[in-house]
Ligand binder design. Sequence first.
Ligand code: GLU
Length: 449
Amino acid sequence: KPPFCLKSIDKTFFTAYNKALLFVSEVKTMSKYDPYQNMLKVLDSAAGKMGITADDYAFLRYPERTITVHVPVKMDDGHTKVFEGYRVQYSSVRGPYKGGIRYHRDTDLGEVTALAAWMSLKCAVAGIPYGGGKGGITVDPRALSMGELERLTRGYTKAIAPVIGPDMDIPAPDVNTNSQTMAWILDTFNLLSGGKSLPGVVTGKPTELGGSLGRNESTGRGVLFVMRETLKKFGKSLAGTKVAVQGAGNVGGIAAQLLYEAGCTIIAISDSTGSIYSEKGIDMNKFTAYKEASTKNKVANYEEEGIVHLPCEGVLTVPADVLVPAALENSITEEIAKDVKAKIIVEGANGPTTAEADAVLEEKGITVVPDILANSGGVIVSYFEWVQNLQNYYWSEEEVNSRLETTIVSAFETVWKCAEKYKTSLRLGAYITAVDRIVTTKKLKGSAI
Ligand code: GLU
């Protein structure tokens, strides 16, 4: 006998039950942070401030092309594992698609779409002739051997080969990928192109394969230039500025080292195992040497006189003058924002601050230098690498660094002026600059197809 008869459930119960279900699903969707929705929120407010119509920028709310691939990989133990990967080609209005490839166990299509949109905006802010794209594979690369990683990378490249190329879509490194990953992509692509030499299909390659000098440090160096310019606006300089850096990878680790060499005091730094804090400042030469000695050397096991170990998020709320979130999206949430003590945030990561957190930071009078400006040093030097590949003429590191400085400082000034003109945040200033450039180019092209 069933515990109850359907007929006996009255309408009130049914409505309440349905409401409860709806509530549960709402809570579920609310709790899952969606970077693409976050990006759209900011995009819509920028368009609103500019006074353009929904029709004018409707195209920018969607990716032009989205590809999902499944890559079978023969694992070392002999069995076959299938990995899911993506390439999102968000905008080609201003040039070929451009953007990194990320390997992460939490990577999904929503994240890659947001990252591809940010690349489109970033290239427009930097004033370089690219659209935007991004790729990703849902994988924990630490669980794979070098051989497995190479086979996965080659399989993924084969799957996206029809839609990439030096004048079509140019990948680069991102979280958990590096110059070795780019070398495998380049080699696979060239083999599939009948043995042609097309170094411009990827950037962030080893210099031996046509990579640019200075590319590896470029995102961190860009963070330094942008921080220096921001401090200047407040009559301050890098020397003696207390900085906390979330992340010790290609962006955070290198930015922290360069800032230290420029006279900043790095009072805190973190990685995925924890944070360290020192009131008098961390010896970055010692810390960098420790991290470089082995990939197994993690923050949680680092020892130095005067340092205190904190949990991962601890780095975000130490009493620094400037905070550099240089890890993943969704680091500075509304709750954490309430606790941030820094007066300036320079976003080394893509999308580290949620829209809700942004509102809290603005209310507190904290200056946020947005990702699409602050971390554009990487793609700016990627552009220089591509230009050198196309010309087959290679520049000195000094030339690369000085061109990076000119380009990023000019982007900073444009964004600063735009934010002043619209009496808005630097984030909206950057979005308005980008949207204006993309929409203008789109209009000039016309609407034939
Ligand atoms: N992955 C980097 C970024 O998010 C660099 C992209 C590139 O150089 O294409 O900006």
